[in-house]
Design a binder for this molecule. Structure first.
Ligand SMILES: [Mg+2]
Length: 275
């Protein structure tokens, strides 16, 4: 993707960002984890949240009324990765939430868990012999990664063909991400609905959302919609890389070009005087 399509860099707008976010209370900061606080790693278990981002978030807990990490990983795994107890954690794109130390799980996820073992067996039977694929079993679903396939485009087609003929569409959705196809419990829940829920619960007047992938677009759009209704002053920030799908950048107000720049932004917001 060429940088010509990117919105302005957030680090060039710091004074306005500080004023707009911290000048309106309550205010919140939402951030994705993989590709935003941590560089994309292979396999995904190797991903590590940058120490500078962790430090920034820790300081921001005192500045913002809500700091939440919003991830496709499970909420306990997200908390483990970020390593800060005072954050709210949205896991599995909204199916799980840890707030004040308590884990809550959506009903659709519990239902999916009951038929998941049979589905996994079927998918492994049909896809297990294809080279370069990595099947990741999740608590309520499954992810098939094709990052290391020799021909990722052909692997993506094969994965989609098998999953769409195996998965019960009444219980599960297929969702594509960066070199991955995920099988997720079917629910009207995504990062966007999760972010809206927290904005409503905390009565936020201003919020910032940082993310890098397709599933973050739901949250970007939630922020844009609340802005149009003038119930929230918000900013969607894309953490862009060569892999960033154009629709993610198109839905964002501002951009950053790396996890290091995310750390700079967090640090800069943490240094802002309380307004
Ligand atoms: Mg991400």
């Amino acid at each position: 993707m060429s940088s010509a399509h990117l919105p302005p860099n957030a680090l060039t707008r710091l004074p306005a960002l500080r004023r707009r976010l911290l000048g309106q209370r309550p205010c919140g900061l939402f951030t994705d984890i993989d590709g935003t606080l941590s560089d994309i790693a292979w396999p995904p278990e190797r991903a590590v949240v940058s120490a500078a981002c962790r430090r920034g978030l820790e300081r921001l807990v005192d500045r913002f009324d809500l700091v939440a990490a919003v991830s496709g990983r499970s909420a306990p795994e997200a908390r483990e990765m970020v390593g800060l107890d005072d954050l709210t954690y949205i896991g599995l794109h909204g199916l799980e939430e840890i707030a004040s130390g308590h884990l809550r799980v959506a009903k659709a996820a519990k239902r999916a868990a009951t038929i998941l073992p049979a589905l996994v067996a079927q998918v492994v039977g049909r896809l297990g012999c294809l080279p370069g694929l990595y099947l990741e079993r999740k608590t309520y679903g499954l992810a098939v990664h094709f990052r290391t396939a020799e021909n990722p485009q052909a692997a993506r087609q094969a994965v989609l063909a098998v999953l769409s003929s195996t998965v019960d569409a009444a219980v599960f959705d297929l969702v594509e991400g960066r070199k991955v196809v995920e099988v997720r419990p079917r629910a009207r829940i995504d990062k966007g609905t999760a972010v809206r829920r927290l904005i409503r619960r905390h009565g936020l007047k201003a919020a910032i959302y940082l993310g890098d992938d397709i599933t973050d677009v739901d949250a970007f759009r939630a922020i844009q919609q609340l802005k149009r209704r003038e119930t929230l002053d918000g900013m969607a920030i894309v953490v862009a890389s060569q892999e960033t799908p154009p629709e993610v950048s198109a839905a964002a107000d501002l951009s950053l070009d790396s996890v290091d720049q995310v750390a700079c932004l967090l640090e800069s917001l943490a240094q802002a005087r309380r307004l």
